[in-house]
Design a protein around this ligand. Structure first.
Ligand SMILES: Nc1ncnc2c1ncn2[C@@H]1O[C@H](COP(=O)(O)OP(=O)(O)OP(=O)(O)O)[C@@H](O)[C@H]1O
Ligand SMILES: [Mg+2]
Length: 205
């Protein structure tokens, strides 16, 4: 059993608390909050199981955090994922929300984010991997040594389609991803800023 303590705490969302894996600096462990239904936690896990045979070697880069299974911890069942770190400084990569929240102090040019968003979208289409909640807090921005960035989905991959035609056919995959990016307007970092304004009217930029 893995022992987690307060010093292993990394961050949290509404559904899960995220800890550093005490035995592997490239992994994190997510623990469901007590008030969250198991079925909610397992939605994503089941999707990971479904896509486990995808050929990651054919990806331009791993564009979603890889999942490594369930373990026992002193805090209950823990879900193990790759911890996203920058190539530049080995620090845990910030989320897109972290960067947008820096406002004028954001050290990275918009063009870098926009390029990364474009390739995230292209990868999702090409490899037919979908995400139900692409809000900026669920995307990590991994900084690379060459000055570019990889955007990696850390939460909410999957979909709820009853007839998952997008899983099978490229045309439907493209349409599904395009529609998603269009409908919630997330093609550029400015779109994400607007999204935050719509979600949280008090948000200022
Ligand atoms: N694989 C990861 N690598 C680096 N940081 C991560 C990773 N997974 C999660 N985090 C950090 O932990 C936070 C919470 O994790 P996560 O989004 O999985 O929780 P959640 O409760 O499912 O979120 P939500 O509130 O969006 O439902 C993220 O916003 C991010 O800051
Ligand atoms: Mg989240």
């Amino acid at each position: 059993m893995i022992q987690l303590s307060e010093s292993d705490y990394l961050a949290e969302g509404y559904a899960r608390t995220c800890y550093f894996h005490p035995e592997n600096e490239n992994l994190c462990i997510k623990i469901g909050k007590p008030e969250v239904e198991k079925s909610h936690l397992y939605k994503e896990i089941n999707y990971y199981k479904k896509i486990k045979n995808k050929q990651i070697a054919t990806f331009d880069y791993p564009f979603y955090a890889m999942y490594h299974g369930v373990i026992d911890t002193n805090l209950g069942e823990g879900f193990v994922y790759d911890l996203i770190r920058n190539e530049t400084n080995q620090e845990v990569s910030k989320t897109l929300l972290n960067y947008i929240s820096m406002k004028k102090d954001n050290p990275i040019e918009d063009a870098v984010f926009n390029e990364a968003l474009k390739s995230l979208k292209a990868q999702m289409i090409k490899h037919k991997v979908f995400a139900s909640d692409l809000r900026p807090r669920n995307i990590c921005c991994k900084l690379l040594k060459n000055g570019t960035m990889q955007m990696i989905i850390i939460d909410g991959i999957g979909h709820r389609d009853f007839f998952p035609v997008a899983d099978w056919f490229g045309f439907f995959a493209k349409r599904k991803v395009e529609r998603r990016f269009q409908s919630i307007h997330i093609n550029t970092i400015d779109d994400h800023r607007q999204l935050l304004k719509r979600l949280y009217p008090n948000w200022s930029y």
